[in-house]
Ligand binder design. Structure first.
Ligand SMILES: [Zn+2]
Length: 85
């Protein structure tokens, strides 16, 4: 298994775990970069709902570490002014 596959598996496990929790605590995933990511990784930066979480690392990315990008949970109490207040 390549490094990329290992990262992708960890990522999916996190997403699945967060989906499996109450759904009240973790509402999404945020993909961050240390600033030197390729255009494919940059396209994924920011917050995504768990339901629409993108594949990570992107297949097109040529860096086996996903350009040193990482992901973290978006917690429900972080979400402010999501549009209806
Ligand atoms: Zn990349």
């Amino acid at each position: 298994m390549s490094r990329r596959d290992t990262i992708a598996e960890h990522y999916r496990e996190d997403i699945d775990q967060w989906k499996g929790e109450s759904g009240e605590v973790v509402v999404g995933v945020r993909i961050n970069s240390r600033g030197e990511s390729c255009s494919y990784c940059q396209a994924l930066l920011g917050e995504h709902s768990l339901e629409h979480a993108p594949e990570f690392p992107p297949r097109e990315c040529e860096d086996e570490y996903g350009c040193s990008s990482w992901w973290e949970p978006v917690l429900s109490d972080e979400v402010v002014g999501s549009g209806d207040d």
